[in-house]
Design a protein around this ligand. Structure first.
Ligand code: ADP
Length: 687
């Protein structure tokens, strides 16, 4: 090649050898190759050889075949060739074409190359490219890492945003789902209380179970997502161990009874009576373990054991264990036990309700309390779940022997009715949904309290300013002025009322921190919707003035219920001296059914009397006996006890074949029977 063929602008004479020497020593890589493929390399300098890891042109030739095509990483070749062609076509004066490609070095390492080149026509050589190259692998790696980091942080931001969206979706969903369930369960409680019809009672019981279980699933999903997003916080409060155990017992007693399982409570009498910790979450863990034990046990018993294993003046280590005599867990399944949504042994458990979240939540809660749930199990024999928990001591007085009889509350909850009356007390219910007010009012009806309602914060404030309330239930979520705003208005405008009136927040929200938020805002307490009877009863007994609360016994409640039902009957019924409406109601269940029964009875009197008379005359003793037997039963159900006894006497005579007695007594019996009609027509009509 002759450098003299180039047109240069240099005036001074410089030797070609000198130029070649410079090219050779240049720190940057430089080479020259024929444009025609495969691009024979005409010249390559030392730096370029070094980039390829070669010490001399021979090594380079061996590595690449001394062609441009041979030196580029095969996968990249077509791409850069296209790019080069394109750049030549759109050629700009004095601008170098730029491509990036990979090469394989002599030590087999793949490197990234930055390539600036230019097409030229060299007389004697034809079309050529001259190229400056540089190994950019290291800086490219840094860029690559930077890019990766960028992508990662974008992804992180996106996933955080998605997580936030999930949590807010879940908390909204909780509200949206809980609100209608509140109504369903509340109205169902009213149905449950007001009906005596066995069939309807059993439907209502099923609604109660399904609704409660749906609520349980929602809370589980919420808890799980809260734990997942690190949003669940423990709240430590002072609590009475005795109450906690009674609550636990009450929560599971009915389930266990339903399955015919026994419950053993083994409570160490040395345990301190008052502790400090998150009692609700601790109860949640134990309830979960107990419910599982009941779910996965067919016969035998479930044991809750609490044992003091260590204590100093400030804190106590308590070992809590739940054992059962159930289906047990196979060794190989143990690993999956605490995983979310995992259910084991599905052949045996698929018919048992569950989401597979309970244990995962329990374990995570236990870990937050610096504990760990451990399992030991023998397949087909039973399992024991246990954990040791440290709780601060609020009152070191030992709990003593735990008996359920000692627990008034223990027997109170779960029985389905309020065990007190408070006709003297006046309370205010505030909720923007009339339906909710109706439900709560209906629930509270048996307490005989005077109940006022308000549909907004403003209305509530007005009422509180006028009337003396013993207790206010204030809905948290209301349009315009929400519960917290209403409360702060009351604090500001009616400070004496605020000081003297317990104000309890009603909330359907199970979101994180709700408890603390309500108490911080100044509420006396809070209760979640749907309101269940035991919680409501506890709340009322806690805050209503003692002198206005009269506790009742079962007998009193029954008598009261009955007198309420009797009140609904027409007055004329009480003038009929041969009829006992109390007995009639007991048979028929509701006033409506009783009246229906009376109507039917009255309608049939004429035909029935005629038929019995003719059967007696015909001496058809067999059919006569059947007819008076039926009359014995129907008269009994309407509360005509004496008349029913007379029918029974005739029935017995029929069975004995005592024609004489039948012929003697039947006419007077039928005369009295027919005389019932005009009296009954004063109470019911037969059209
Ligand atoms: P769920 O009970 O809702 O399915 P859990 O997370 O509480 O979810 O339990 C996960 C699985 O562990 C259950 O599905 C069941 O297979 C098994 N399991 C839990 N407790 C017991 C137990 N006491 N006896 C036998 N198996 C159990």
């Amino acid at each position: 090649m002759s450098m003299g063929d180039f047109n240069t602008n240099f005036d001074s004479e410089i030797k070609v050898d000198t130029i070649k020497w410079v090219a050779e020593q240049m720190p940057g890589g430089f080479f020259l190759y024929k444009a025609e493929l495969p691009g024979e390399i005409l010249y390559i300098n030392k730096s370029a050889l070094r980039i390829f890891g070669c010490n001399n042109p021979d090594e380079f030739r061996e590595l690449t075949g001394n062609t441009f095509q041979g030196l580029v990483f095969p996968e990249d070749f077509d791409k850069i060739q296209d790019s080069i062609d394109f750049q030549i076509q759109t050629d700009q004066e004095n601008k170098l074409d730029h491509v990036i490609y990979r090469i394989i070095r002599r030590d087999e390492e793949i490197r990234w190359i930055d390539d600036y080149g230019r097409f030229a026509h060299l007389p004697g050589y034809g079309d050529v490219y001259y190229v400056f190259i540089n190994d950019i692998t290291d800086s490219r790696m840094i860029d690559h890492e930077r890019e990766l980091n960028h992508l990662l942080s974008d992804a992180l931001r996106e996933s955080e945003a998605a997580n936030k969206a999930k949590t807010s979706f879940l908390s909204n969903m909780s509200h949206e789902i809980r609100t209608p369930i509140t109504t369903i369960l509340g109205l169902n409680e009213i149905i449950h209380r007001e009906t005596k019809d066995e069939e309807i009672l059993s439907y209502s019981e099923k609604i109660r179970r399904a609704g409660t279980s749906l609520l349980g699933i929602i809370s589980d999903i919420l808890d799980f997502s809260k734990i997942e997003s690190g949003k669940l916080e423990l709240v430590n409060v002072k609590y009475t161990l005795w109450d906690m155990i009674a609550d636990l017992y009450n929560n599971i007693q009915f389930r266990a009874e339903d399955k015919g399982l026994g419950i053993n409570l083994e409570i160490d009498p040395r345990l301190p009576s008052k502790l400090i910790g998150d009692d609700l979450r601790l109860k949640q863990i134990i309830t979960n373990l107990l419910t599982n034990s009941i779910k996965y046990t067919e016969k035998g018993y479930v044991t809750l054991r609490m044992e003091l294993i260590n204590a100093n003046s400030k804190s106590a280590d308590i070992k809590i264990s739940v054992s059962d005599t159930g289906i047990g867990i196979k060794k190989e399944a143990m690993d999956k036990l605490f995983g979310a949504f995992n259910r084991l042994d599905t052949r045996r458990t698929h018919t048992i309700e569950g989401t597979g979240l309970g244990l995962s939540i329990s374990q995570q809660l236990a870990r937050m309390m610096n504990s760990n749930i451990e399992v030991s199990s023998v397949y087909d024999k039973g399992s024991t779940f246990s954990f040791v928990i440290a709780q601060a001591i609020a009152d070191p007085d030992p709990i003593g022997s735990f008996t359920l009889e000692g627990q008034k509350n223990a027997t109170m909850s779960g029985t389905g009715g309020f065990h007190f009356r408070a006709p003297e007390s006046r309370i205010l219910l505030v909720d923007d949904t009339p339906m909710n007010l109706e439900v709560i009012e209906g629930l509270l009806k048996p307490t005989k309290m005077q109940i006022d309602t308000a549909l907004s914060g403003a209305e509530a404030i007005k009422k509180i300013s006028i009337y003396p309330y013993d207790l206010v239930f204030l809905d948290y979520r209301m349009p315009q002025m929400d519960g917290i705003e209403t409360l702060s208005e009351i604090m500001k405008k009616l400070p004496e009322k605020y000081d003297s009136t317990p104000i309890v927040a009603l909330t359907a929200n199970a979101v994180t921190g709700e408890r603390e938020r309500m108490l911080d805002a100044g509420f006396t307490d809070y209760i979640t919707k749907p309101i269940n009877l035991p919680n409501m009863q506890d709340m009322l007994l806690k805050y209503l003035p003692d002198n206005k609360v009269v506790e009742t016994t079962d007998e009193e409640e029954e008598a009261e219920d009955m007198s309420e039902l009797l009140d609904q009957l027409p007055d004329a019924i009480f003038d009929i001296d041969w009829l006992d409406p109390t007995e009639g109601l007991e048979y028929c269940g509701t006033p409506e059914l009783y009246i229906k029964g009376l109507e039917l009875y009255t309608k049939k009197i004429d035909d029935n009397a005629a038929r019995i008379a003719s059967l007696a005359e015909d001496k058809n003793i067999k059919d006569f006996t059947i007819a008076v037997h039926a009359l014995k039963a129907t008269s009994r159900t309407i509360g005509a006890f004496d008349f029913s006894e007379r029918a029974r006497a005739l029935e017995l005579a029929g069975k004995r074949g005592d024609e004489e007695l039948i012929l003697r007594d039947t006419p007077l019996f039928l005369q009295d029977y027919k005389a019932q009609k005009p009296e009954l027509l004063k109470v019911v009509s037969t059209d």
